[in-house]
Design a protein around this ligand. Structure first.
Ligand code: MSP
Length: 469
């Protein structure tokens, strides 16, 4: 039997970064979706990795007095370890310095070149090394990149290879405007891309003349492939070289943050159209975290790391807090104090107390759980996860299920009932808790397992799931 396939990706993070809560939210929501689709019985390919070429990485390597590849090899495991520590179930971790990736990059670039979509021209303008991006008028604030220190914006004037991006603009507009083929979510982002496409688009440079740390252009070894072009191809290359994954292309979902929407929804799609490769089905663009009202930045010292979260809240505590605050359409303001309040209210009280109270009463009354009938996802959870909205899915479970169960328990007071009445009442609670456990598996897998174990067979009082902080 052919199982349904689901292929989800995260951006590949710049290898020199230290994993923070921004990277974490994208990776974690991708994990939630991967786990959700596996639970639906689908065959899943979940890809993440690191972006390792380009000027920025070369400069950082030099500062560390290492060759670029030594530098990358040394620090690439930081991301892998961070994700393992968060119980992220990625199937493959791609690195753009892998020869197998480079081979596919070359094949794809050659194809685009043979189609006549690449030509030489002069590039004159500004480049931001922090963004690894050619800046356009609309990117500039006071002639500089607003996202990085002023010295990162540099004048460039060089001969580059250009991709005929403008040629594909009408086709992209057509695809996006048709409900059936539109691939940009949520809606607001679609409108943003369309407006920009209609305002006119220039061809884009795809090579660098003075950056050695990259993949050489096959027909002109004096230039290397621009790091973004190399990086975008990872989504496709992994399917080509990871065993048994060829049929997963086109990707079902690219998940990413708003600052890199143009690369993913325009440049990447146009490259694929040019190469005659099917385009990904969906791209979901989320917003940003802000920390206690401020932009997260090293200089402000307000960067939250995933390690900090797991140390304080445990793995599932951290997963819950990130998944429930995932910035969907708007930026989300978060902070440690508010995370702690939410942890105590939602996890220690609403979920944890409910489980321990019901388990204790069930033990006292000798409740034995018979095999339950088949449980599925709540339609509301499905609907929310189909549009990558993890906060909506969780708030449904917490508000509509857990809070109501707690209220019912407090009103009904099964501890005051005689055993013959208490038993069936408790069985009712247990059935509902098991439904909740099933639905929270993608978010807090270990906790769901513990709950399912407590309510299997003869019920015994449960360990404390989330100690109060
Ligand atoms: N290397 C490129 C991506 C290439 S993909 C072919 C890159 N890397 S990055 O390390 O800068 O990671 C960017 C991604 O990290 C964002 O798109 C988003 O997923 C995540 N975030 C970084 N900061 C964030 C916030 N403050 N809030 C939420 N997510 C953010 O760009």
């Amino acid at each position: 039997m052919n199982k349904k396939r689901y292929y989800v990706t995260t951006p590949i993070y710049y290898v020199n970064d230290v994993p923070h809560i921004g990277h974490t939210c994208t990776t974690l929501v991708a994990d939630v979706l991967a786990r959700y689709h596996r639970q639906l019985g689908e065959e899943v390919f979940f890809l993440t990795g690191t972006d390792e070429h380009g000027q920025k990485i070369a400069e950082e390597a030099q500062k560390a007095k290492l060759s670029p590849i030594e530098f990358c090899d040394k620090i690439a495991p930081r991301f892998k370890e961070a994700w393992k520590n968060l119980n992220v179930s990625f199937d493959y971790f791609v690195r753009t310095t892998d020869d197998k990736h480079k081979k596919v990059v070359l094949e794809l670039i050659e194809k685009i070149y043979e189609n006549g979509d690449i030509y030489k021209d002069k590039y004159e303008g500004l480049y931001c090394v922090g963004c690894e991006k050619f800046l356009t008028e609309s990117d500039l604030v006071d002639e500089k990149c607003p996202l990085h220190p002023p010295e990162k914006t540099v004048e460039q004037s060089e001969e580059n290879w250009f991709f005929k991006l403008s040629k594909y603009v009408p086709k992209l507009i057509e695809l996006i405007e048709d409900e059936k083929t539109n691939y940009i979510f949520p809606k607001g982002k679609r409108a943003e891309v369309l407006a920009k496409l209609k305002a006119g688009v220039r061809d884009t440079s795809i090579s660098r003349a003075n950056v050695e740390w990259g993949i050489p252009i096959p027909w002109d070894k004096s230039q290397t492939i621009y790091v973004w072009i190399d990086a975008l191809i990872n989504y496709y290359s992994a399917c080509q070289f990871v065993e048994g994954k060829k049929d997963f292309w086109p990707a079902d979902l690219h998940l990413l943050g708003k600052e890199i929407l143009w690369f993913h929804t325009v440049i990447w799609q146009a490259m694929l159209l040019s190469a005659g490769i099917e385009i990904p089905k969906k791209t979901y663009i989320h917003s940003f975290y802000i920390i206690d009202g401020q932009k997260m930045s090293k200089s402000l010292g307000n960067v939250i790391s995933p390690k900090q979260l797991t140390d304080k809240y445990g793995v599932d505590g951290a997963r819950y807090l990130v998944a429930s605050s995932f910035p969907t359409e708007n930026d989300a303001d978060v902070g440690i104090e508010r995370f702690t309040e939410k942890y105590n209210a939602d996890l220690a009280n609403n979920l944890g107390n409910l489980v321990s109270r019901v388990a204790k009463l069930a033990e006292k009354n000798g409740v034995e759980v018979k095999k339950t009938e088949k449980i599925g996802f709540y339609p509301e959870v499905k609907k929310a996860l189909d549009v990558s909205d993890s906060p909506k899915a969780l708030s449904f479970i917490w508000v509509e299920k857990l809070s109501k169960l707690n209220a019912k328990l407090n009103k009904e007071k099964p501890w005051t009932l005689e055993e013959d009445k208490a038993k069936p009442a408790l069985e009712g609670y247990i059935k509902e808790i098991l439904e909740v456990a099933f639905n929270i598996r993608p978010f807090v897998p270990e906790t769901a397992k513990k709950i399912e174990k407590v309510f299997t067979g003869k019920v015994k009082a449960a360990e404390i799931l989330f100690p109060k902080i």
